[in-house]
Every structure is written in C-alpha cells, then in structure tokens.
Design a binder for this molecule. Structure first.
Ligand code: 8YV
Length: 318
C-alpha cells in the first residue's frame, strides 16, 4: 500500500522534514503557490499534519482523510481539539522532552528580572561602570513564589524554586494531593499570598487574560510577574499599566499577546526583561521535540498508536 501523504503547515526544523521525506510523500504548504488548488487536488489524500500554529475547523474540513495532527510543542492552544475529536483526528504534542529546559529558563528569567541582569550587562557595555557602580537591586531572598499551573513544567519549576530556598504555593484547576505546597483555589488568592507569580498554565479560551488588573494589584508593589506560558493568559494592557504605575515591581516575559510583536510601551520600560519565546529553544531540546513529532507520526502509521496524544484525544498514551 502507498505511504500516506503528510502536510507540513509551516517551516519546521530540517530534521523533521528530512526524516519524514524518506518515507512519506510530503507537502510543504508554504511552498504551494496555489493553496486552493492544493486543497482540492491533494487535500483529500492527506492523512497526517505537522502543526506548529493554528489548526482550525476550516482546515480540518478540507482534509477529509486526516487521521493525525502532530503538534510541534507541548502547548497546543492553536489546535482546535474539539474539531479534531469530532472528525476522529488524533492530536499529539511534545511533552516531557522540554520540561527541564523550560523550567531552567523560567528560573533564569526570574533571577534576571529580580537581580536586573540584562540591565547590569547594559551598564557595563555603556561604560557607566567607569562612573558609578550599578545600583543595588531587589532580592530573591525571603520571597514566596506562586505557580499558576502545577503541571509537568510547573512541578519542575517548583523543584528548582525549592533549591533556591523559596516558599511555594500554587493555583490550578485542582488541588494536587501528592505535593507539599499550599493550594489556593483562586488566582487572586494566590497573588495576594505571594510576591512572585510564575505563569505556566496552558493557553486557550479557558485561560484568556486570567492574570488581569485585579490579580496584578493583589500581587502588590514588590510583586514580580514571570510568564513562560502563553501571552494570552495575561491582560497585556493591564500589565503595562501596572508596570508604569508601580502597582508591581517588575516582569520577566518570554511570551506575548501578539508574537513576534512586542508593545513599544514594554520595550521602553526598564523594569522588564523581554525574551523572544525561547523557553524550549536549545538545540538539544528542539531536536528532542522534533524527534517526537516524527515518532508520533511513524508510530501512528505503523499501526502502533500515538506516543503522546493530548488528553482530549480519546486514545491512551503508549
Ligand atoms: C513552541 C512552546 O512550541 O512547546 C511549546 O508549547 O511554546 C514552544 O516550545 C515552539 O515555539 C515551537 O514552535
């Protein structure tokens, strides 16, 4: 039997395309001059999709033979899982292989934000050290961190935060009986009780703007917000206002509402550290994620099932 056709929606690491091209007929959508013609002619044959961005109901409807969407990334808020499930399409993501990398970055960003590492670096480069020492900064000492979303990455952040001597609390959909950290059943309650809010919950409609003006006010004047999850969880205008008004002390952001566009009002501020969505972006970890994207497709088309289906997909993880 002929190998199934695979569609890659956006440019992706060469290791994904190279491996898939050895076995499967591949279409790189961005290379198709006439996309409508592609969907009419080849669309009905496509059985697998590599995603790294939006997969909506309209796209699913144009691929009637689709069996599996292999998402590059642990977060799959761009994939309409309800439409996939309704069409009998399996969705996979890339959990576990990036957990430590993202948790490392989260702690690095936290330290950079509180101890002002990028600002201190700029001080040296600008020659200011020759005139004056860098001003004393805020401290991590004696702080309590609130983790919003105690999933795999949230737990790995908590492990590291413990080693840094931080007191830990969390909020999520449910209390987790196997952890020793204090649980808060509301974000506002968590923000009131801590002075670092670490955002690491999934994106999507259910979490849009859950960190709003009231949560930032509850975090307080010495508060530090770190977001390594999705820009959509934070009301970005409210955050900018809180940073400008001194409602909170500082923010470290790896993700934004409209990437790669970062608001000028954030860029203009000195009490923020801004990263270009690099949580998992090491060669080592991106290679591991790429391999899992490939392995999910290979396992599925070998008849062995998906390796890492998302929870909405009604199939067990192998
Ligand atoms: C992106 C991420 O997927 O895994 C995630 O959810 O946010 C990132 O690792 C990455 O930008 C790959 O496109």
């Amino acid at each position: 039997m002929a190998e199934p056709d695979i569609l890659i929606l956006r440019p992706v690491m060469a290791t994904v395309t190279d491996q898939l091209a050895r076995r499967f007929p591949l279409t790189r959508l961005w290379e198709e001059a006439d996309k409508d013609a592609f969907f009419s002619q080849t669309g009905p044959r496509i059985r697998g999709v590599v995603a790294g961005g939006p997969v909506d109901a309209a796209l699913i409807a144009r691929l009637p033979a689709l069996e599996i969407v292999s998402n590059f990334g642990v977060g799959y808020d761009g994939v309409d899982t309800a439409a996939c499930t309704a069409a009998g399409v399996v969705v996979t993501n890339t959990p576990d292989v990036l957990t430590d990398e993202v948790a490392d970055l989260a702690l690095g960003l936290l330290l950079a934000t509180i101890r002002e590492l990028p600002q201190a670096d700029r001080h040296v480069r600008a020659g200011h050290w020759l005139q004056r020492p860098y001003p004393l900064t805020a401290t991590l000492r004696g702080r309590r961190i609130g983790i919003l979303g105690l999933g795999r990455i949230g737990r790995a952040i908590a492990d590291r935060a413990r080693a840094f001597g931080l007191d830990i609390a969390y909020h999520g959909r449910n209390r987790q009986p196997d952890v020793p950290y204090a649980y808060f059943d509301s974000i506002r309650g968590l923000a009131e009780a801590v002075d670092i809010l670490m955002v690491v919950a999934p994106g999507g409609p259910g979490t849009r703007n859950i960190v709003d003006a009231a949560v930032l006010a509850a975090l307080g004047r010495d508060g530090v917000l770190i977001n390594v999850a999705r820009g959509s969880l934070v009301d970005e205008d409210a955050l900018i206002e809180a940073l400008e008004a001194g409602t909170i002390r500082a923010a470290g952001l790896d993700v934004f509402a409209d990437e790669p566009r970062v608001p000028e009002r954030l860029i203009a501020r000195d009490n923020v550290v801004l990263l270009p969505h690099v949580g998992s972006a090491s060669v080592h970890t991106r290679n591991a994620m790429a391999q899992l994207v490939v392995d999910n497709l290979v396992s599925w088309f070998d008849g062995r099932g998906p390796l890492t289906p998302v929870p909405e997909t009604p199939l067990p993880r192998r």
